[in-house]
Design a protein around this ligand. Structure first.
Ligand SMILES: [Zn+2]
Length: 270
């Protein structure tokens, strides 16, 4: 991990101009202080380390095949959309991976670089491929919208106040990595850096579009979130949030459905 920060040090020195970019589809302007290359490298390193400690389900099960199928469909649709709209750079160097980890934890996440984990604990709630597409579309949306970079930038700006971002990261590689992990809802620091309400609602919107483009009816998101609301305390850590409230989330999804359906391609396969 130290090597990453040393490499990044030089980049950051040249990176003194604050990066301002736009989120695809919503067009929201965002502030990112960290180079995308660093986020992807951290995604790759932490993904490998996570899978070493939490081995993926193997040999492939029906469920892991479904996760790979749905994930591949969504990632291909997202790549096509970004390419068609001149935003391929967003996913430059992405090497998509979809793994299922056997765990009671009701969780799923996607790290930069396209590194996805779905826990078996969430599968009774997703039920079918379209339900899986709701969750995976949402998680992939967090990655494509660079929410992790925004969250880390905010947290690091506080931690590194006075000494500068690059110096802080060089001197505190472990803390920097902990901030990365918690920004993606991995590990035990639940909610420490939980995505903001704005990020959650944005990931819901993008997720609806992504699942639609991949051929899954976005209406499935309404029934999924209604069931999640009923499940109450049993919400996935990443999706666990006191805000947005279930009602508000479902209301926004319903309001956004007509827009999302413009992207809907009827899926004749699986
Ligand atoms: Zn989320």
């Amino acid at each position: 991990m130290n090597k990453i920060f040393r490499n990044v040090f030089v980049v950051l020195l040249a990176f003194s101009i604050i990066a301002c970019s736009k989120v695809p589809i919503t067009g929201r302007k965002q502030l990112k202080l960290l180079p995308d290359s660093m986020m992807k490298e951290m995604g790759q390193t932490n993904y490998a380390a996570f899978l070493k400690e939490n081995p993926a389900v193997s040999p492939p099960t029906r469920q892991s095949v479904e996760v790979t199928t749905v994930g591949t469909r969504i990632s291909q649709a997202v790549e096509k959309y970004l390419k068609d709209n001149g935003m391929s750079k967003k996913i430059e160097g992405y090497k998509w991976e979809f793994n299922v980890v056997d765990s009671k934890e009701v969780n799923a996440w996607c790290m930069p670089g396209g590194k996805v984990v779905v826990y078996t604990g969430i599968l009774p709630l997703t039920k079918d491929n379209a339900g899986l597409a709701v969750v995976m579309g949402h998680e992939i949306a967090h990655a494509i919208a660079d929410h992790g970079n925004e969250r880390m930038s905010q947290e690091l700006a506080v931690q590194a106040a006075g000494i500068g971002l690059s110096v802080y990261m060089q001197q505190n590689p472990k803390q920097t990595n902990d901030i990365f992990m918690s920004a993606f809802g991995v590990g035990s620091q639940l909610g420490m850096l939980a995505y903001s309400r704005q990020h959650e609602l944005e990931a819901d919107k993008l997720g609806l579009v992504f699942m639609s483009m991949a051929g899954y009816n976005p209406e499935r998101a309404v029934s999924f979130w209604q069931e999640m609301a009923k499940a109450g305390g049993n919400k996935p850590p990443e999706l666990l949030s006191t805000h947005p409230s279930d009602d508000r989330r479902i209301a926004q999804i319903q309001a956004y459905l007509p827009e999302a359906k413009k992207y809907y391609v009827v899926n004749t396969g699986n």
